[in-house]
Design a binder for this molecule. Structure first.
Ligand code: C2E
Ligand code: CA
Ligand code: CA
Length: 655
């Protein structure tokens, strides 16, 4: 703890003051101060003009050739300095601080020395007093003024002061006259005092520049921290917002942007099973891969949890598709963490600017919506935004809001579709299929609201209600007719699921063997103890299980082997769908053969024509369901179908 604190302080110091040996901030301060030397070339011109004018006036009055020479030398030095200072820009990083400083020093010192020597000369040759006064005042004034101006570089300031004043002091003592000696002494005191002042100005100047620089650095560092995610070092939500705002500012008519929203599938399980440190490593690994694979100029951000967002410039849709597929491949590549190979999967949602929207906020919403579709569509896939998704969303929200009250308002009812024995043509089972008669929207299909019910968890209440209703109605049918109820995985995994079914049976007075529960393979994707316990407990009671929609998912035979299914329902896509054909006939045949061997019923779903019926019969299916026999009908019609069938039987028997 203590050492990390020291370390932290050291880092802060490092940041503010730079490395102890090579103080970065000192360098910055020095450059700032050297810049000040060059900051007002105009003052150089004024200094030069007054001095050269004074020397010329002195030469004119005294008619001393030496003073004309001095005026000329001063003019030449001044001209060279002005030219040099114009040619050397202190803002140009190519010009080193040392070069800048040295150039200034040479010019400044030679000018000061020339001026001081000129003034000393007027004393030594005992020029007329007005000439002496003019030049001495000029040299001293120059020295004092310039030492204040150049306090930022004390060596230069004090050097200039010394070079412009010392010759006068020396000449003054040389005359051996009391007044002049006093002048010499004054000059020494002046140099000493002025040096102290210069040094003080310098240290104050330096400290304030250093602290301003350190503050600026600290502010930059804090700004960066506020926009960075600690785990991955990527931009965080704020950083992404900033990048998005910047991208919008620089957006031109030709530019295009893709916003790719990435969500790791089942990341919670990684955290729960392997621990957060491993979870963090996965996040870091994904962050690195995203950075590797995205084009230059992209922003990669972690949007919290297991979500990442990539914002990247693109040429068009094709380019975006390519980037998205590269990202997908890269993430799905097994990741080695602590010696273990982990397979990470991700769903991607993509929205494009300006194709899908011209607004930054909407861009996010639309990518999110596309991501939602990718997840609902089975995860581990990429979806691009489509306008229909927005329409779906509105409708889904409405459904979500109204579903809870639909049961209370009596808007739901259960319809029954017969499952027929293909040999005898008799109804063996009715499958319960829920319907929602919405006062404004009309009849809603379960495909539309069951997924919403699953997402919101309403399915548990809804499913219980359906089971109770279906069992109650089935209790009024002849004993040999069973009822099949569809169960969602979520319903089965909910606590007390088996108890709910038992209660429904008890309330309705329906024997367990007359209830059949239809489940899909998706139930088994997650190896769940609760699922197995549910199936075991109910089958021991006599409840039967059917594997629904067989052929659409993994179609793994291992489920059939591990669970006590009494029925397999071959999905209607094999019978009447676009895939139906020779190949599906062969599949139906194989499944039917297996079913017969294992003593299971095989149901062909979606039978719409007599031809399809004879085809599946020939393939070996013993049961059939579909519009050819009947659509799903209300309970009173189901009862009528049954009594009609039994009536026919009786008629035939009596005949
Ligand atoms: P599913 O379990 O596969 O039910 C069969 C679906 O196929 C029913 O649609 C039925 O009307 C339809 N169908 C039957 N014969 C034919 C045919 O010859 N041709 C065609 N094209 N379609 C036929 P529905 O009632 O819209 O139900 C759709 C799905 O909604 C069901 O598929 C089931 O997965 C789910 N679902 C329905 N009711 C419930 C329920 O009470 N609980 C749960 N959890 N899911 C339900
Ligand atoms: Ca079903
Ligand atoms: Ca089905």
């Amino acid at each position: 703890m203590g050492s990390s604190r020291t370390n932290h302080i050291f880092k802060l110091k490092y940041l503010v003051l730079g490395r102890p040996e090579e103080n970065a901030v000192d360098q910055v301060v020095r450059r700032t101060l050297v810049k000040a030397l060059y900051s007002s070339p105009f003052s150089l011109v004024i200094g030069a003009v007054t001095t050269v004018t004074a020397a010329s006036a002195a030469a004119w009055v005294s008619q001393l050739p030496g003073l004309w020479l001095a005026a000329a030398v001063l003019a030449i030095i001044a001209a060279v300095r002005i030219v040099a200072s114009l040619g050397l820009s202190p803002d140009d990083e190519d010009n080193s601080v040392t070069t800048l400083e040295l150039t200034y020093e040479i010019g400044a010192f030679s000018f000061a020395l020339a001026l001081g020597t000129t003034a000393a000369f007027t004393i030594l040759v005992d020029a007329v007093s007005q000439v002496q006064v003019l030049m001495v005042a000029n040299a001293l004034g120059y020295g004092v003024g310039v030492s204040a101006r150049n306090a930022g570089r004390p060596i230069i300031a004090i050097g200039q002061l010394t070079f412009s004043c010392i010759p006068i002091a020396v000449a003054s003592f040389w005359t051996m006259q009391i007044a002049y000696a006093a002048l010499g002494l004054t000059i020494f005191l002046l140099i000493t005092a002025q040096s102290v002042i210069t040094r003080r100005i310098f240290s104050e100047l330096r400290d304030s520049i250093a602290s301003a620089n350190a503050n600026a650095l600290l502010a930059t560092k804090m700004e960066i921290q506020a926009h960075t995610d600690v785990v991955t070092n990527l931009a965080n939500r704020a950083g992404l917002n900033q990048a998005l705002a910047r991208a919008m500012e620089n957006f031109t008519e030709e530019s295009k942007l893709a916003l790719i929203w990435i969500d790791l599938d089942r990341f919670k399980e990684v955290n729960d099973l392997l621990g957060h440190p491993v979870g963090d490593k996965v996040l870091k690994g994904v962050a690195q891969r995203l950075q590797d694979v995205t084009p230059d100029g992209s922003t990669v951000a972690r949007f919290g949890g297991d979500e990442f967002i990539v914002l990247c410039p693109i040429d068009g849709l094709k380019h975006a598709e390519l980037i998205a597929s590269e990202i997908h491949c890269e993430i799905m590549c097994p990741m080695r963490i602590d010696g273990e190979l982990l397979e990470i999967r991700a769903s991607l949602g993509v929205a494009l600017l300006p194709d899908d929207t011209e607004d930054a906020e909407q861009l996010m919403q639309r990518a999110d919506l596309a991501l939602y579709h990718a997840k609902v569509g089975g995860r581990a896939q990429t979806c691009f935004y489509e306008p229909s998704m927005s329409r779906d969303l509105v409708r889904r929200r409405e459904i979500e809001a109204e579903l809870r009250t639909a049961i209370q308002r009596d808007e739901l009812s259960i319809f029954f579709q017969p499952i027929v024995d293909l040999e005898t043509g008799k109804i063996k089972t009715f499958e319960a299929l829920v319907r929602w008669f919405h006062p404004d929207k009309g009849e809603l299909r379960p495909d539309e609201f069951i997924p919403v019910a699953e997402e919101t968890g309403v399915i548990v209440t809804l499913g219980n209600w359906i089971t109770v209703q279906a069992a109650r109605i089935a209790a009024s049918w002849p004993d040999d007719v069973t009822v099949a109820v569809n169960l969602s995985p979520l319903q089965i995994r909910a606590p007390g699921a088996a108890l709910g079914i038992k209660n429904a049976l008890r309330e309705a007075g329906l024997p367990a063997h007359r209830l059949e529960l239809e489940v899909t393979e998706s139930l088994f994707i997650e190896d769940n103890h609760a699922t197995a316990a549910f199936i075991e407990e109910l089958s021991e009671m006599g409840v039967r299980f059917a594997l629904d929609d067989f052929g659409t998912g993994y179609s793994s035979l291992s489920y059939i082997n591990s669970f006590p299914f009494s029925k397999i329902k071959v999905d209607r896509s094999f019978v009447s769908g676009s895939q139906a054909g020779q190949k599906s006939d062969a599949i139906i045949q194989a499944v039917a053969k297996m079913g017969n061997t294992l003593g299971m019923d095989i149901v062909a779903e979606g039978l719409e024509t007599a031809d399809q019926v004879s085809a599946v019969r020939a393939a070996g299916c013993n049961l059939g369901q579909g519009y050819h026999f009947s659509r799903a009908v209300p309970d009173y019609l189901a009862a009528m179908l049954l009594s009609q069938e039994r009536g026919d039987d009786r008629q035939r028997a009596s005949a």
